[in-house]
Design a protein around this ligand. Structure first.
Ligand code: PHE
Length: 337
């Protein structure tokens, strides 16, 4: 039995020395320490030994078993450490993973710049609904049901009284209803008209509305504010021109042009050989509008203006197709860093 045990040890350690992976280790564990393994079979043989030999051999065999278990466990740990080391290895020569950082959309940029310029002149920002009552979008702006300008603004009606706003001008009335004068607000956002898509029209676009109401406000204040805005957004060398224009909610009404950047007002293809580019509608708030909003028309006057953000962006950045703003082409959008 002693000789047998010696052979057992020798064979086991020899095999362990040549082991290469955990599968082989598992095989050896089963072979030696399994329920029907070599060690178990030898332990069984103890019953046939003499009473004097039993305890000595039993103890030796149990020691062998513990030694084998320990050796196998250590080897197993070695394999595990080796493998996990492999997983955690970092190859510092691999280039870092590039991740894309978004840029601000050009329309968002224009809205932000415009709001900042007007905030610098004492205006506050207000926000309004895109789903609007016919009353605010038309009626309260001096555009009754049968008024012909409604034809110009083919609208998306939800019910006969509710529509997607065709302009940001309803915010003039909503603001005046919610606060007493003086008022100085800017309100920018999406507007909707049933236009067919071409290089200057999309059914959804953005407008920026402005309103100032106080005692003694005149057309000169409007001219001053708008001229300053144009210089700040387009550059100091640009000049502005005010010519008569018609909007039912202003009187007098004006349309504002800015000198063409390409030809400095001389006339070229981009400005239709006029030297000027139209950028907004404006005027003195019509007394009917002030009155409907509940303001005292004897005491207060005001001016209002409205412009298309896409048009401002196209003029500022030299973009010739409005559809570019909504196509999400990264080659276009990435240019506005
Ligand atoms: N809301 C007008 C439009 O959409 C622009 C405008 C605003 C004109 C305010 C005058 C005053 O064309």
């Amino acid at each position: 039995m002693d000789k047998e045990m010696e052979n057992l040890r020798e064979k086991f350690f020899k095999k362990m020395a040549s082991i290469k992976n955990r599968e082989e280790l598992q095989r050896i564990r089963n072979e030696y320490l399994g329920r029907k393994g070599i060690v178990a079979q030898m332990l069984k043989k103890i019953t046939s030994l003499s009473p004097e030999e039993k305890p000595r051999i039993g103890e030796l065999l149990n020691k062998i078993k513990r030694d084998f278990q320990k050796t196998i466990a250590e080897k197993d740990n070695d394999f595990l450490a080796e493998n996990s080391g492999k997983e955690e290895q970092v190859d510092i020569s691999i280039p870092g993973r590039n991740f894309m950082l978004g840029t601000t959309h050009p329309i968002e940029l224009i809205l932000k710049y415009t709001e900042e310029i007007f905030m610098g002149m004492g205006f506050c920002i207000v926000d309004g609904p895109e789903i609007e009552l016919d009353y605010y979008n038309f009626e309260a702006l001096n555009i009754p049901k049968d008024h012909p300008v409604r034809d110009d603004q083919d609208s998306f009606y939800i019910t006969p009284d509710i529509l997607l706003r065709t302009q940001t001008s309803p915010m003039q009335v909503r603001t005046m209803e919610s606060q007493p004068p003086p008022v100085r607000i800017i309100s920018a956002g999406k507007c909707y008209r049933r236009d067919s898509i071409d290089n200057t029209h999309t059914p959804m676009f953005h407008q920026i509305e402005g309103l100032a109401v106080d005692k003694d406000i005149s057309l000169a204040d409007l001219k001053g504010v708008i001229t300053e805005f144009c210089k700040q957004i387009f550059g100091k060398d640009r000049i502005t021109r005010f010519r008569p224009g018609y909007f039912p909610f202003v009187e007098p009404g004006v349309e504002v042009d800015v000198s063409c950047q390409l030809c400095q007002g001389l006339g070229c293809q981009s400005c239709g050989y006029s030297g000027w580019l139209e950028i907004m509608g404006a005027g003195m708030v019509h007394p009917n509008v002030l009155e409907m909003a509940g303001y005292n028309v004897e005491k207060y006057t005001g001016f209002a203006f409205g412009m298309g953000a896409e048009r401002i962006a196209m003029l500022k950045y030299g973009i010739n197709d409005i559809r570019l703003f909504f196509e999400n082409d990264l080659r276009f959008l990435n240019q506005f860093k």
